[in-house]
Design a protein. Structure first.
Length: 338
């Protein structure tokens, strides 16, 4: 079968690789679709703990084509999404139920083969059948699962007034989940009007055009909307200029959540006096574990819509173009279809 393989950072080839044998508990999937996200760009550059040789792809939908005799479910012919994060179950974090912070975390598309390939072998226990959900929509299950984990971390108060900064796929899924999850208002701020239009179509109450390099230029408009700030401000950009300009937009007693992935060298400057005096909370949300089935449920019932979010599709041969599309303002979600 063919797969995209990196032997070192920044260089990959599409090549024939030997299909691994099935170990007990494994199934082989024919990859139907594989979403591309910012994490894949970090992997491209050799970051994020990637192990070479590496095949990226962690947002996958597949059809079960073969199961080890030890596997009862899923069965051949079933379409599934995959919980790509593998935890050890032994470390202190796993044993305290904080499995997402496992100290021996492995993941398909990072330390194990990913789905930018024609087939992939995964543990049957990581597969969630999608039933009658279209595989084209199910490819959003992994990023949506990360959003659901974010909601678990956030513990949104009913009727909270929320600002989401960033209208990429993550900002869009966050917005929809916050709207359905009890926020009284979700304001979305981002630089691209077309993306803000998608957010409004899916329930954003207000949108504000911003400049990532000069986020403070948006303060006036945001202050008009929320003179005392927002109960919750979520960064879905990972951009230093945005992150460092958000605290003034948080209402006293409110929460800032760091959801977007910033580079490791980005620093956030905060005044401890301000945190103390204004009783502010800063939360982080990283990846997800055990949230995929809730994501599939939300997509199946139309609570979260994929409409307008998947904008680009590429064959395996064009993986470079799929990565390039991440920088295209016209692109929301790019998907590789082997
Ligand atoms: Zn991703
Ligand atoms: Zn662990």
């Amino acid at each position: 079968m063919r797969a995209v393989v990196y032997d070192r950072p920044n260089e990959f080839t599409l090549r024939d690789v030997t299909e691994p044998a099935l170990a007990p508990g494994d199934v082989r999937l024919r990859v139907v679709a594989s979403g591309v996200c910012g994490t894949d760009q970090h992997i491209h550059e050799g970051g994020f703990g990637v192990r070479f040789p590496a095949t990226p792809g962690h947002e996958m939908v597949g059809e079960v084509v073969e199961a080890h005799p030890s596997v009862a479910e899923p069965r051949a012919g079933e379409f599934v999404v995959v919980d790509n994060v593998l935890t050890c179950g032994r470390c202190d974090q796993c044993q305290q139920g904080r499995v997402g912070l496992c100290r021996n975390l492995e993941a398909y598309g990072l330390t194990a083969q990913g789905s930018v390939a024609e087939t992939i072998v995964v543990a049957a226990s990581t597969c969630i059948p999608i039933g009658d959900l279209s595989p084209e929509i199910a490819v959003l299950a992994e990023p949506l699962a990360c959003v659901i984990h974010g909601m678990d971390v956030l513990q949104l108060r009913p009727a909270a007034d929320v600002l989401v900064v960033g209208a990429g796929p993550t900002g869009q899924l966050l917005t929809q989940t916050l709207v359905r999850g009890g926020a009284s208002r979700v304001v979305v701020a981002a630089p691209t009007e077309a993306k803000l239009g998608v957010a409004r179509r899916h329930g954003a109450t207000e949108t504000v055009i911003t400049d990532r390099g000069d986020f403070a230029a948006s303060y006036r408009r945001l202050r008009e909307l929320a003179p005392h700030g927002f109960d919750v401000v979520i960064d879905a950009t990972g951009a230093s200029g945005v992150l460092n300009a958000l605290l003034p937009m948080v209402r006293d007693g409110g929460t800032m959540m760091i959801y977007g992935m910033a580079s490791e060298d980005v620093q956030l400057t905060v005044s401890p006096y301000e945190i103390f005096r204004r009783e502010l909370t800063i939360k982080g949300s990283f990846a997800q574990t055990n949230c995929l089935s809730r994501a599939v449920s939300m997509l199946r019932h139309g609570v979260v819509s994929a409409d307008g979010i998947i904008t680009h599709r590429f064959p395996l041969e064009q993986y470079a173009d799929a990565l390039q599309a991440l920088r295209d303002p016209a692109c929301l979600k790019a998907v590789v279809v082997p």
